[in-house]
Structures are given as C-alpha cells and as structure tokens.
Design a protein around this ligand. Structure first.
Ligand code: ADP
Ligand code: MG
Ligand code: MG
Length: 905
C-alpha cells in the first residue's frame, strides 16, 4: 500500500472545521466549528463527516477506521472535560445530533444526555447537587433514545408521563420530584424492554454508537426521502453526525434554553426576537409544553447572560453578514451557544435585509443581489389576502403555486366547468388531480388537493398555468363522493361554500378573504412612489434592489406584447423594447372572417380584396404600438399559427351543413368552407402549414403585413416619432425560405420609403425555433440581421413532444421518476435545447459579428434560464410584461454572481 496516500479523515474536532465545510461537516457541524473558532462559548465536541455516512450507506457498514477515530476524539474530549463518558461518579454526557448540508426535516431527532445509566445517574445527582435533575435527564434519555434510536412508539412514553402527572395531580413536568421521576425511569425501561425485546443499553459507548448509526440510517427514512425529492436535494449527500458535550438548561430556575433571530425573519427589522424557557432542555422551548417568555424578558432574569447573548448576536451578524438564527442554553447563569445558521426568511424580509446590510456597510450591492431571488420577487407581486382581514383558518397544505384565490368549493371537474360557465368563481377541491381534471383546473380560480407534493399533477399543471394551488393539505379530509371537505375539529365545507386558498403560504380559509393588490405591483405600475414619505419599507427595498440590478446587468429585457396597452404596462415595468409582437392576435375576434375570406379566395381579385381590407387594420395596430414604444425596438413577428385556427371548428361546421342538407336548403358558402376546412385539416398542426411556410404559399400575405409595418413606421416618422420596427420571420428551417421572404419584403419597404419620403431603417431577422435552423445558423445569419430564439417551440421540436399534449399526461410521472428535475418548458434544458442555442449563437455571430441575439420564449422570464442566456452572451431576453421585473432582477443577479453560477435558489 502506498504510504503517501493519506488515510481519509472521518472525524473533525469542532476546532478543526469552519463554515465553508458544509459538504463535509453538514450545516450544523460547520457552523458549530465556526462559532468555536470565533471564540464563542460552544460546548466542546466533534463531527463525523458525511463521507463516513456515504461509506455506511453504500456498504451497510461503518468504515473500519471510524471506530478508532471516534475513540481518539472521545478520549481527547474526555481529557479536556476531566471526566469519562458515563463515568459513574461524574459522568461526561453528550448529545448526538444529525446535520446534513441542507437542513432537512425527517432526519433523526437529536438524542440528549447520552452516557447516563443506572450507575451514573447517582453521580450526576451528586455532582449537580440535584437529584431531581439527574432523574429528569435520565428519563429524557430513555425517552429520546427509545423513540428515535430503538424505534419505540413515542406515545407510550408520553402516556406514562401523563399518567405520572395525573397520579400526582400536577399539570407540568417540573412539578414531578426526584422520586416520581425515578419511578418513571423504571416504567420507561420496562417499555423499552417490552417493545424491543432488549434492555435499555447501560454501556455509554454502546449508546453513542447506536445513536450514530441511527443518524446514518435516518438519511434514508421515508420523510427525509420525500423532502429531498420535493426540494430537489440530491439523494447521495449523506448526513454528518455531531457529538457535543452536554450543557444543562434543566438545572433549576437559573437555567433554561432559548432560540433567537438576529433580526425579525418576517419583516427584517432589527431588534430582539426570540423565546426563552426556564428550567428546560432541548426542544422544550419550541414544543409548547409550557409557556415561554419573550427573549427581551431575559434581561430582567439574568442580565449578564442577556448582555452576552446580545453581543454574540451582533458578532454573528457581522461575521456572517446576514440574519442568523441561534439556539442557546443557560446553565446556572452561564451562556452556551448550541447552534447558528443563516436564517430562513420571508421574501419581503429578504429584500429589506439585503438593503439594510448594504446600509450597514456589511455587504456590497452585488452581494445584496445574491441574497434575493427572482422567485421571491414574483411572490411579492402576486395579489395577496388582506392581512388586516379577519380569517377563519381551516388548515394548511403545501404552497404549490402562489397567488390568492377565492371561490365556491366544487369537488369535480364537471361542476367546476359548469359553474364557471355560469359566471361563478370556483375552487376545485380534489384528493389529487389527474389528466381528466384538466378542464376543471382551467375553469377554477385555484386548486386545492389533500394529497401529493410539489411535483404532484395538481402542482405541476397549476404552476404551468400560473394558477393558485395548495396541494397535500393532508389534515383536510376530502370526500368527493359526498362532495364535502372536513377540517380538523369537524368543520365541514359543502359544495358551494366559499373558501379562500393562499398558494404562497399553503393556508386554506373558510369564507371569502378580501384580496388586495401587492404594493410592489402598485410601485411598478407607477401608482406608488418609492421616494414618497409614506412609502412602504418593502417598496423602498425593492426599488433599491432593482436599481442595483439595472446597474449591474448586461442583458437587456424586452416584453412579449401585442397591443398598445400591454406595451405601455411593459414600459412602466422597465421593458427596453418588445421582443415579440404576435400578429395573429390581431386577426382574431371580428376580424377572423376577413382571414377566412383570404383563405377561401378563388381568384387573385378576391384575395387582393381580402388583403386590402386587412391592411389598414393591421397598420392602425402597428401605429399604436410604435407610438407606445417610441424610441425602443419592436420586433413584429409575421403570421405564425396554422391556418385552421382561423377557420370554424370542423365538427360544428359539418353539423351545420348536414342539418341544412336535411332541410334541403344547402348553404353554398358553408359547403365551400367545409371543403376548405377539410383540405386544410392537419394531423399534426404544430408541424404543418404555418409560419414562413404560410407566407410562401399564400401570395401577398407577408407582403401585406410588411407593408402595414412599413407604412405605420413611416406615419410615425412623419409625425416626428422614433419607430424602431424589426420584422421577424417565424419557423424558418433553411436560409432559402428567408431569402425569398427577404427579397419581397425589401421591395415593399423600398416602395413605401419612396412613396413617403422616409428612411425607415427596418431590420429583418428570424426566429430560431427548429433544430435545423439552429444547426444551419451560420447560413441563416447571412440573410438575418437578428436571431430570436423561440425556446418554446425549440423545446417541443428538440424533444419531439407537444406541450399541450404532454404536460397533463406524462410530465408528473417524469418529474416523480426524476427524469426531469423541472419541466423543460419552465426552465431551459441546458444540455439539450440549451446547447443548440449556444451553438447557433456562436455560429450566427461567426457569420455576422453584429448579429443581434435574443430569446422570446417563456424561458425569458424564468430565473434559471435568464442566467443561462446571460452566460451564452445573448443581447436580451423577452418575456410577458408581468415577468419583466423578475427578468431584470435575475439579469442583474447573473452579472453579479459571475459566469458559471446557476445558484438561483
Ligand atoms: P435540530 O436540528 O432539530 O435543531 P439539535 O441537534 O439542534 O436539533 O438539537 C435539538 C435540541 O437539543 C436543541 O434545542 C438543541 O439546542 C439542544 N441540544 C443539542 N445538543 C445539546 C447539548 N450538547 N447540550 C444541550 N442542549 C443541546
Ligand atoms: Mg437545532
Ligand atoms: Mg414558434
């Protein structure tokens, strides 16, 4: 064996680690080490690495070297503390605590007081001068160990404890005396023996080893696995184990245990936030066994500890440069720190805290951007329930898709559709949804399910539709047969009763909770000013963060907008142009029949007539749009969708014709229409006659659209405006298509310029939304002044599935099986679709260095995707007007985080 190869180190003393070793030591261990090295009072101990856990999980056995290493560290700890683990006359006691890289519910609960036994309990009593305390600690050990390590039903211990209190006629555990607790220990030991067929282990080291193994095993507990899947935490990280010498908060009234935040995690305000419980140990403070006191009250109780705690909190904030949450214990007037970490916070607090820390000089503007996310901003933009309203909470589930929705409870899709058709707002309530529920989901204001997590069908589809959804509300019993929902406590919601669901918090209320618009949206709309004296603190924080992002970002942000109204809103929200104006929307409604006439035209004359009626309408639309976006680029896409979308429904029409024939009064026009509809009917319209193909087979169609754009631009120019139209050709697969359209367009533009005496400087480019276009981008760039990646269609054509068909049918299964981490329609598939985008961008720029590059698929507003587009060097992203602030923020974050970073969580 080569001597140079260092043996892997599996155990680190708290003095050896630091906060950056979370992968190896877990979050808890890394931060305990960090605090130790800061000189804060942390009870000594050591951490077994995640690597040891991985070895154990892979082979079902601890690495052979682990035992000796643990022994060495335990020896050192014993030497330092001057007593041995479980020593009869003066026992060293430890806690065994799990701690993975990410804090994860479902991992093993901490076991305190390891080392106590029938022998050492008396020693502990003598040392502490408190017999009651010793027996209380021992009964806690058997209870925690029995439940979490040996798997005994915890209820059995709870019942025995309750019985002891009842027998004595007292209400709380502190009123039980040493003798009572000693009896209880006997009962607890009997429970363990009866339930497990073995005695509670008396050997301290065996207690410790069993607890360590139980921590390893808990990595693969059902709850832990479920949580990891939902939060997309990799399954192979493993957990670390922390062995920490015990300090005691249950040594009488001058002892206690508490939790605190360095600032308010809900608002970000600085101050004293926390709870403290006298004469208590471990989780007592959060378990609600007795009433806690507010942290501020500790000042009266124990000023020295309180002052020290305040000072430590400041040290931690300055050191971590962020909000921290902490756990501490006071043992007979001496303060001990047991845990800290950068604390979770609400979206609003994240923005406030980031700006506060900038003001305190603790972080830079760029760092501030790394402390918030676009998803948090999106959360702040949803309408919300009025916080001041009185509410009647029914229960809560998983916040699956944000928003605040109110409606009448319905328990099946059919009723959802029926009621919504008659103008009712409904909330669809199901145990879980499946593809058959799709219509009901579309009709509903929001969706509530009692089963399933963040990747359940309901959650995935609702997020895709931007619909409010609360899923997995298991405490609500849904009975679809009897059309009712029963909440804990027996409250029943019948079909038709009004409920309100909050997709941002997962809360479900009875009755209508009033909804108010988000102040952040009011601000973006310009109805609330960040500079105003009474401006909301949140709005001020958002305003400042947006300014940082705008200063930092390289990507420009445009909007997808088809009309002047959307365009104006987009501009208010900060859009720097329109990246996609879809002209098909201009042909719907009452204009649909004009298109129908164009399609049915028999002669050139008829066709020209149809085009002549459409042309002025198109032109008027563009004039308005160019005016709204004066001075900014507007990319107009020529007609894209399959023609049948403009024709009547084939079934309706067939019925109409058949009825007319039965009455012997056939309608000539309908017959012709039916023939045309049949002729144009496609098996697979997405891959049929659409986009540039349409422009090439219907003579004059694209020319008419180009003329409308050119004349509108000329009109604006002559009115001293600054129109900047860009003409975009959809669905191009080869440069020849583009060249033909280009030639015709240039001719039309030249005509308009000559006739109006203007120089329009219109540019012409194409969408890249077919794999062939991406693969031949070098050639296509010869005829295109810009590329806009249509990533929705590109995703469909690269994967070979159509979004409308697959999202409801098999996406849930794919997400559950982990084939997708996230839907490729939500976040760009970097490896597949993304690599085509990257290659096409490079090839295009090689042909034409000043080629302008953008993206107009919905990915343009998705945080992760924005980071990708930043990395591949696009010039802009374009997204729906409402997503613009999110895209601006993420573009700033992408620039701030630097190349290669994709951490948008
Ligand atoms: P969690 O990950 O659930 O927060 P912890 O390991 O932090 O679990 O422990 C649970 C409780 O026990 C906490 O209140 C913690 O402060 C307390 N605790 C853990 N180790 C010790 C110890 N060595 N001495 C005293 N209290 C401890
Ligand atoms: Mg803790
Ligand atoms: Mg397309």
């Amino acid at each position: 064996m080569p001597v140079s190869e260092d043996r892997q180190k599996f155990v680190y003393d708290f003095t050896e680690g630091n906060k950056d070793l979370k992968d190896l030591l877990g979050g808890k261990g890394a931060n305990l080490a960090e605090m130790t090295n800061l000189g804060l009072p942390v009870p000594p101990g050591f951490t077994i690495t995640t690597e040891a856990c991985k070895v154990y999980l892979a082979g079902g056995q601890e690495p052979p070297a682990l035992r000796d290493e643990v022994t060495a560290h335990l020896d050192a700890l014993e030497a330092r503390m001057g007593k041995k683990l479980g020593q009869a006359d003066d026992p060293l006691l430890v806690s065994v605590r799990s701690g993975a890289k990410f804090s994860m519910p479902g991992m093993m609960d901490t076991v305190l007081n390891i080392g106590l036994s029938d022998d050492s309990v008396a020693g502990l009593a003598t040392q502490a001068g408190d017999e009651r305390f010793a027996w209380d600690s021992y009964r806690r050990l058997i209870q925690m160990f029995g439940k979490t390590v040996l798997g005994v039903d915890g209820e059995l211990f709870e019942e025995a404890l309750e019985e002891a209190k009842r027998a004595k006629g007292v209400a709380t555990d502190v009123e039980l005396d040493a003798a009572d607790l000693r009896t209880l220990v006997g009962e607890f030991k009997d429970i363990v023996a009866k339930e497990t067929g073995r005695d509670f282990p008396q050997d301290p080291r065996e207690q410790m080893d069993l607890a360590i193994r139980a921590v390893f095993d808990s990595w693969n507990g059902e709850r832990a696995k479920l949580y990891r899947r939902q939060e997309r935490i990799p399954g192979d990280l493993g957990t670390a184990v922390n062995i920490c010498s015990m300090v005691f908060g249950n040594l009488g009234p001058d002892s206690g245990t508490g939790v605190a935040f360095t600032r308010d995690p809900a608002s970000g305000h600085q101050g004293v936030y926390g709870d403290y419980l006298q004469n208590a140990q471990g989780e007592d403070v959060v378990a609600g066994i007795r009433n806690t006191m507010q942290l501020a009250e500790l000042e009266q109780l124990d000023k020295a500890s309180y002052d020290q705690l305040m000072q430590i909190m400041e040290t931690l904030e300055t050191h971590y440069r962020d909000l921290c949450d902490i756990e501490f214990t006071i043992e007979r007037g001496k303060l001990w720190m047991l845990q800290t970490r950068v604390g979770k916070r609400t979206a609003g607090a994240a923005f406030r805290i980031a700006t506060q820390l900038v003001d305190q000089g603790l972080i830079t503007e760029a760092e501030a951007l790394s402390r918030v996310t676009g998803n948090q901003l999106a959360q702040l933009m949803f309408p919300r329930f009025d916080e001041k309203a009185k509410t009647d909470l029914l229960g809560r589930g998983i916040a699956a898709s944000p928003g605040a929705a109110v409606g009448k409870a319905v328990f099946d899709s059919y009723t959802a559709v029926k009621w919504s058709r008659s103008g009712e707002k409904v909330i669809l309530i199901r145990r879980e949804t499946n593809p058959d529920d799709l219509n009901g989901m579309i009709a509903a204001e929001g969706i509530l399910t009692s089963r399933g997590g963040k990747t359940s069908h309901a959650a995935v589809v609702a997020r895709g539709m931007g619909k409010t959804c609360v899923c997995g509300a298991e405490e609500l019993e849904v009975d679809t047969k009897r059309r009712r929902l029963t909440a804990p406590g027996g409250v029943v919601i019948e079909e038709g009763d009004v409920v309100s669901i909050d997709g941002s918090s997962g809360k479900v209320y009875r009755g209508e909770v009033p909804v108010v618009p988000s102040p952040v949206v009011e601000y973006f709309e310009g109805r609330m000013h960040a500079g105003a004296d009474d401006a909301d603190g949140l709005v001020q924080a958002v305003h400042r963060m947006m300014a940082y992002a705008d200063r930092m970002r390289r990507l420009r942000v445009r909007a997808n907008a088809d009309n002047a109204e959307d365009a104006s809103r987009a501009r208010r929200f900060g859009a720097q142009g329109i990246g996609l104006c879809r002209t098909e929307h201009m042909f719907l409604g009452e204009r649909r029949e004009m298109v129908e006439r164009l399609i049915l035209a028999h002669t050139d004359d008829e066709r020209q007539q149809a085009l002549d009626t459409l042309m002025p309408l198109q032109k008027a639309d563009f004039v308005e749009l160019f005016e709204a976006m004066d001075g900014l680029p507007v990319t107009v896409r020529l007609l894209d969708p399959p023609l049948h979308e403009f024709l009547p429904d084939i079934t309706d029409l067939s019925v109409r014709v058949a009825l007319a024939e039965a009455r012997h009064e056939p309608h000539e026009n309908d017959l012709r229409l039916l023939q045309a509809v049949h002729k144009l009917h496609e098996q697979n319209p997405m891959l049929g006659l659409r986009g540039v193909r349409l422009g090439l087979v219907i003579p004059g169609l694209f020319a008419m659209q180009v003329r409308a754009i050119a004349e509108a631009a000329a009109e604006r120019r002559n009115a001293k405006g600054d129109p900047r139209a860009e003409i975009m050709i959809p669905l191009v697969g080869t440069v020849q298509e583009l060249e033909i359209v280009r030639e015709e367009a240039e001719r039309v533009i030249a005509e308009v310029e000559a006739a109006t005496g203007t120089d329009l400087r219109l540019t012409l480019g194409t969408m890249i939304e077919l794999p062939r276009a991406a693969l031949t981008a070098a050639q296509i760039a010869e005829a295109a002044e810009f590329f806009s990646f249509g990533t929705n269609d590109l995703t469909q054509t690269v994967w070979g599935f159509s979004r409308d068909d697959v999202e409801a049918s098999f996406f849930t299964a794919y997400l559950e099986k982990g084939i997708f981490g996230v839907s490729p329609f939500e976040t760009i598939d970097r490896d597949g679709v993304g690599s085509l985008v990257r290659a096409a961008a490079e090839a295009g720029r090689a042909t034409r260095p000043d080629l302008k590059l953008g993206v107009c698929g919905e990915h343009g507003g998705d945080p992760d995707s924005v980071h990708f587009f930043h990395e591949v060097g696009l010039d802009y992203v374009s997204c729906s007007p409402f997503r613009i602030p999110v895209a601006r923020l993420e573009a700033g974050r992408a620039a701030a985080l630097g190349k290669g970073s994709s951490d948008t969580r």
